[in-house]
Write a protein that binds this ligand. Structure first.
Ligand SMILES: Nc1nc2c(ncn2[C@@H]2O[C@H](COP(=O)(O)OP(=O)(O)OP(=O)(O)O)[C@@H](O)[C@H]2O)c(=O)[nH]1
Ligand SMILES: [Mg+2]
Length: 256
């Protein structure tokens, strides 16, 4: 009994804490993935923030495929590529944040799915390596306030996602690391690759392989393993290694 009660309270606390953070901030920057805006939004945070204080920033523009449509953003949101450290983009974000409130100085918080690039945005705005960045989801653990201008202080926040989200969806979005489950996920991804011509072309280019003879997921993994020389002792392709590689590579795919 007691155990259940505590677990429930722990769950409540996580969201109550977030709600508190949102209420304490002047502006909430919702960072989404430019390749999949609709499915990387955070409805609960949007609701708690209210549209007036909310700025939507779609990151990883550089990973969008050539035929990708320009994402539709709420409320004059901004599309960027934080990795490029572009000074003009930097000012566009700062101005947009300042425009969301009349308060000075401004305290803003960055929210978003794990791995969408919140810490990269902090570093771009701070023009220095203020926050730790890595391709591993869940890198940021603590709140860290960084001074951007005399009138703007910013913090990122640990990556969050709705509690109903499935593990597979999270892995696909790069929001969950699942090395132990890589194989299972990779088989599903391989199905997507076979079904989606532009994704297929991208994988062929990335691994320098030809998938025209591949019809089932296992064949995709086999071709990847052979091309990379990942073989087991008897010479059979190391599908587990190929699976892990594929899951990693897909974080950079044009369509996620
Ligand atoms: N291609 C590309 N990669 C990016 C961009 N911005 C960030 N990344 C990469 O995305 C990965 C995650 O970046 P982080 O800034 O650590 O993401 P985060 O949202 O802070 O992640 P958590 O702290 O884990 O929630 C890193 O490998 C970054 O280099 C971008 O504009 N383009
Ligand atoms: Mg981070």
């Amino acid at each position: 009994m007691r155990h259940t009660k505590n677990a429930d309270r722990g769950h409540m606390n996580k969201w109550a804490y977030l709600k508190n953070m949102i209420h304490g901030a002047d502006v909430i920057v919702e960072v989404v993935d430019a390749r999949d805006v609709e499915r990387t939004r955070l409805p609960i945070a949007e609701k708690w923030a209210g549209s007036k204080r909310l700025l939507m920033v779609a990151n990883k523009k550089d990973l969008m495929g050539p035929d990708a449509k320009r994402p539709v953003l709420e409320n004059k949101g901004i599309i960027i590529s934080a990795k490029n450290n572009d000074e003009e983009e930097r000012w566009r974000i700062i101005r947009a944040i300042m425009a969301r409130t009349e308060k000075r100085p401004v305290r803003a918080i960055l929210l978003g799915y794990p791995n969408v690039g919140k810490s990269t945005i902090i570093n771009m705005l701070a023009r220095r390596r203020a926050a730790k960045v890595s391709p591993v989801a869940g890198t940021t653990k603590n709140i860290q306030w960084v001074t951007i201008t005399p009138e703007l202080t910013l913090s990122d926040y640990r990556g969050i996602f709705p509690s109903k989200e499935s593990k597979e969806e999270l892995v696909r979005k790069g929001a969950l690391n699942a090395p132990e489950d890589a194989e299972r996920h990779a088989y599903r991804f391989a199905e997507r690759i076979l079904a989606n011509p532009s994704l297929r072309r991208w994988i062929e280019k990335t691994y320098d392989i030809d998938l025209s003879d591949a019809h089932i997921s296992e064949e995709v993994l086999e071709i990847v393993a052979k091309r990379r020389g990942w073989l087991l002792k008897g010479g059979a392709p190391n599908l587990a290694e190929a699976a892990r590689s594929l899951v990693r590579a897909l974080k950079e795919a044009p369509a996620i």
